[in-house]
Every structure is written in structure tokens, then in C-alpha cells.
Design a protein around this ligand. Structure first.
Ligand code: HEC
Length: 171
């Protein structure tokens, strides 16, 4: 067996050097840590938009009581708010004209200020929605009325999807 062919001292040296090497790798800053490729950034933002879409759909089902699962309302509201906060940052200039399939319109770059302002409003409103949900949890008596208020607020958020997509997507 190969193990027994190695002289004991050489074996010890190896046994000692390997963890040392591994440890030094941990301490060395990763000089080759490249920025994520523009294609990956586009894939990621599409995945986030997908999450935004599913959480919105789940919330509508829950609020219309087509599903009986109150605990999920707060969870889905959090997912919607957190994904909405993160998605704006992935519309970076270096993703302009990438190979990865994208429906981002040229205007995302030529009207970047307005686009990002809409993103910020979207993030703020989804956050406010999540807070409204959290406060309504403590108010169980007003449950039915609260559901209506929440559904109305969510419909307002749904309108923002469409108005942004109309201007900033190619389809
Ligand atoms: C401020 C602008 C803006 C808002 C608000 C917005 N989106 Fe988007 N969304 C975009 C852009 C731009 C794209 C295109 C991304 C790409 O293809 O690179 C997109 C893409 C998508 C996609 C397609 C993802 C894919 O796989 O190609 C879905 C689904 C989506 N959005 C859902 C939503 C929903 C649902 C909402 C509202 C709850 C929403 N978006 C709010 C700008 C917005």
C-alpha cells in the first residue's frame, strides 16, 4: 500500500504541511475574486423578480382567503419587501447589452435616475406593506376589515409592477 511506502518522516512532513497550506489559504486574500459576470447578475435579478411575482401571487390568494394559512401572510410580505429592496442594485450599467436573455429596456440606462427612483418607491411601499401586516397580526379582532385594507394596499403595489414594466421592459 502506498501509505506504507512513504518513509515515516516524509509522511509526518506531509501531514504537517497540508493543514498549514490550507490555513495559509484561509488567511490570504483571494486576489482572483472577480466581480460576478454580467450574465450572472442578469440571471440573479430575473430570479428575484420571479420571487417578487410568486410572493405577490401568494399574498393575493391568502388575502382573498382562497388559502387558509394566516401565518404565511407575514412571511410572504417579508419575502416581497426584502426581494424588492435588493433588486434595484442588480440593474447595473455593465449588464447593458449582455448575452443572457433580458427584457430590460434601453431606458433602464438612458433614464436610470427615474428608473431607480421608481425602484426605491417600490421598495419603500413593499416595506410599508410588510409593516402593516405585522401591525395587523396584533389586532386579531379587526381581522376581516384588515384583510380588505391589506388587499387594497397590495393592489396598489401590483399597479407599480405594471407601470414600471410598461416603460422599462421590452415586452
Ligand atoms: C421599477 C421597475 C420595476 C418594478 C417596480 C417591478 N419590476 Fe419586474 N422587471 C423590471 C425589469 C426592468 C425587468 C426585466 C429584467 C431583465 O430581464 O433583465 C423585470 C422583470 C420581471 C419579470 C421577468 C423575470 C424573468 O424571468 O425574465 C417578472 C416576473 C417581474 N418583473 C415581476 C414583477 C412583479 C410581480 C412586480 C411587482 C410586484 C415587479 N416585477 C415590479 C422592472 C420592474
Amino acid at each position: 500500500m502506498a501509505f506504507f511506502n512513504i518513509p515515516f518522516r516524509a509522511y509526518l512532513r506531509r501531514a504537517f504541511l497540508l493543514p498549514l497550506f490550507a490555513f495559509s489559504m484561509l488567511l490570504t486574500p483571494n486576489l482572483h475574486a472577480a466581480e460576478p459576470s454580467p450574465d450572472s447578475v442578469v440571471k440573479f435579478r430575473k430570479a428575484l423578480m420571479g420571487e417578487i411575482k410568486s410572493s405577490l401571487q401568494s399574498l393575493f390568494l391568502l388575502l382573498k382567503q382562497e388559502v387558509d394559512d394566516d401565518k404565511s401572510i407575514a412571511l410572504q410580505a417579508q419575502i416581497l419587501a426584502l426581494s424588492s429592496q435588493r433588486v434595484g442594485a442588480s440593474f447595473v450599467y455593465r449588464t447593458r447589452g449582455v448575452a443572457e436573455e433580458t427584457t430590460a429596456h434601453e431606458r433602464v440606462w438612458t433614464e436610470a435616475k427615474d428608473f431607480q427612483a421608481q425602484m426605491q418607491k417600490f421598495a419603500k411601499d413593499t416595506q410599508a406593506f410588510a409593516e402593516l401586516v405585522a401591525s395587523s397580526e396584533a389586532n386579531a379582532d379587526a381581522h376581516a376589515a384588515m384583510r380588505k385594507t391589506l388587499a387594497k394596499s397590495l393592489a396598489g403595489i401590483g399597479k407599480q409592477c405594471k407601470s414600471c414594466h410598461d416603460r422599462y421592459r421590452t415586452e
